[in-house]
Structure formats: C-alpha cells, structure tokens
Design a protein around this ligand. Structure first.
Ligand code: ASP
Length: 321
C-alpha cells in the first residue's frame, strides 16, 4: 500500500514538474499567418478572380496548418507554403513574377529562423523555380547569408534545385501589367509566411518578383533581412509586402521586433507603429506572429491578400479591411 502511494506521488511529482514549467502549456500551440501582397484591388472585382485568390490563400494556409498540427517545424511550414505560392501564377513570386524594365524576371527571397537568428536569402535570381528553397539552402548549407545574381543562380545549379528558363516566368497577366494596360488592378502580389510551431520556434519567409518594371539589378526589401523579413524567438517574426525602398529605409521588419524588445511594446502596438507611423499611406503591410502565438496582419493600403490559422481554431482568409 505504502509503496503504491510512493509510486503515485513520484509520478505526480514528475508530471507536475513537466507541466508547471513556464511555457510548457504554450508549447502545444501554433499560429501561422500568410500574405499574398498588398495594394489596390477593386472591391467589385470579378467574382471568379476573387474566388480564385481566396481559394489559393485557403490552400496555402492548409498546407502550413497541417505541417504545424502534426508537430512539424515552422521552417518546413513556411518553406512549403511559399513554394505553393511560387507555383501559383496568381502571385508575384516564382511562376507569376512581374517583368523588369528589360522584359525579364529577377526574383528575390529570404527566410529566417528565430531560434538562433540563422537566415538565408537570394536576390535577382533568373532561373530558380523556387527561390525560397534556395534561400533555405543558403542558410543551411553555406557559411553565408545572401547570394545575388549569377552567383546565386549557379549556387542553385550546384545544389540541384529545379532550374527553369527565364521565360518560364512569363505570364500574360504580368505582361499586361507591365505594358500598363492593367493599372486598375494594382496588388503587388509578393508572398510571405510567418509561423510559430509547437516547440515555440518562429520562422519568417518572403518571396517576390519585385516591382513591375523595376530597373534591371534592382533589389527590394524581400531578400533583405531586417527590411522585408525578420524572426527572433524572443520577440516575433515578420514578413512585409509593399514598396521595398520604403521598407528598406525604415528597417520595417526588424523594427517591429526592436520595439518589442527595447520598448516592451505588444505585437499589435509595434506592428501598428511601423505601418502607420514609419510608412506613408499606401505603401504596404506586414504579417507577424509573436512568441506567445499572437498575430497581426496590418496594412496601410486598401487591401492585403492574407490569412491566419492557429491551434485555437481560427482559420480566416481575407482581401479587404
Ligand atoms: N516588397 C516588394 C519589393 O519591393 C514588392 C511587394 O511586396 O509587392 O520588391
């Protein structure tokens, strides 16, 4: 009898030590946010196009949600969600990348892991089918952080990633936009994803074709850590979309984290400060998740293609405010 009581007490003690550690409860939770670009989408856009965007956002969100639900890492979730977007010509990343002024395509992407601040990025690649996966390889398999231009394309070949001809990225929709015949529909279409997994690790990633008609060689904020992407397990993860030059000049992604770290801002306060105070109206938006799984999707444009899902049952995709 006495022995049984002792065994029960020991089991209880071990279990309580495990469960009452700070943060352990939070560890069975996850949150994922996605964006497909900010800009102007007319509210009376054709129903089929609206449905197509919402369906695609839903599919992307489900890919990430499933990985996180099954205990996968935020790194895998972010990479897989962005790869999905890169294959979908609706978005300005991978297949649907916009045209440069020279009539070509130059793609940028970055990824960052908040656990140890490791990160990888590629800028101005012309032949990489999934720039986000090459960014991950830069992070995991090289001693460097950012590869640009020809060297980055060559690195992709060396790593055996899917290589395509630059013409692969030609789509009629982007061609029309480039020729300025499609001005009324001005959502830039960059994609991003931020997630916190059940282990409390945050990852953020962003992928884009950049701005329509950008000068050859122009690099935006998306492959620049601190500007377009940032993640730190102690604060939050952020992915941005909008006029890259403004995001670079205002160090947007890092500043969300810095306001939390140095000024004790909540995620909401920090996200709203950078979007509404640091940036002029109409310049873009961010998606962000903090270390406790709180999320923010904030933009100062008329719309941002976006979505959120978490372990509390939230699942939402939206275009307008
Ligand atoms: N931020 C991207 C860039 O400037 C564009 C976008 O987000 O739509 O390259």
């Amino acid at each position: 009898m006495k022995i049984t009581i002792k065994i029960y007490s020991a089991v209880f003690l071990i279990l309580s030590l495990f469960f009452f550690q700070p943060g352990v409860f939070a560890q069975n939770k996850y949150t994922i946010v996605i964006h497909g670009g900010a800009g102007y989408i007319p509210p009376d856009m054709p129903k089929e196009i609206k449905e197509a965007y919402l369906n695609s956002l839903t599919k992307a969100l489900n890919i990430g949600k499933k990985i996180l639900e099954e205990g996968g890492s935020s790194l895998d979730a972010v990479e897989q969600v962005i790869r999905y977007f890169e294959d979908d010509s609706l978005f300005n990343a991978g297949k649907g990348a916009v045209f440069t002024s020279a009539g070509t395509h130059e793609l940028d992407a970055s990824i960052m892991v908040g656990k140890d601040l490791t990160t990888g990025a590629v800028a101005g690649v012309k032949t990489i089918k999934h720039p986000i996966s090459l960014a991950r390889l830069v992070m995991e398999k090289t001693p460097h952080v950012l590869f640009a231009g020809e060297g980055a394309d060559k690195l992709g070949e060396r790593f055996g990633v899917d290589i395509v001809d630059n013409k692969y990225f030609d789509t009629y929709k982007r061609f029309k936009q480039w020729k300025k015949k499609h001005k009324e529909f001005d959502v830039k279409g960059t994609v991003g994803c931020v997630a916190i997994d059940k282990d409390g690790n945050i990852t953020a990633g962003t992928s884009t074709g950049g701005l329509t008609d950008k000068w050859e060689g122009r690099v935006g904020d998306s492959p620049l850590i601190n500007a377009g992407t940032y993640a730190d397990n102690n604060t939050c993860g952020v992915s941005g979309t909008g006029t890259g030059e403004l995001f670079i000049r205002n160090t947007i992604a890092y500043n969300v984290s810095a306001l939390m770290k140095f000024k004790n801002y909540t995620l909401k306060q920090a996200a709203e400060e950078v979007i509404f105070k640091y940036l002029p109206e109409g310049s873009g938006g961010i998606i962000a998740v903090d270390k406790d799984g709180n999320y923010q999707l904030v933009f100062n444009t008329s719309s941002m293609l976006r979505g959120v899902a978490n372990s509390d049952g939230v699942f939402e995709v939206k275009i307008w405010k």
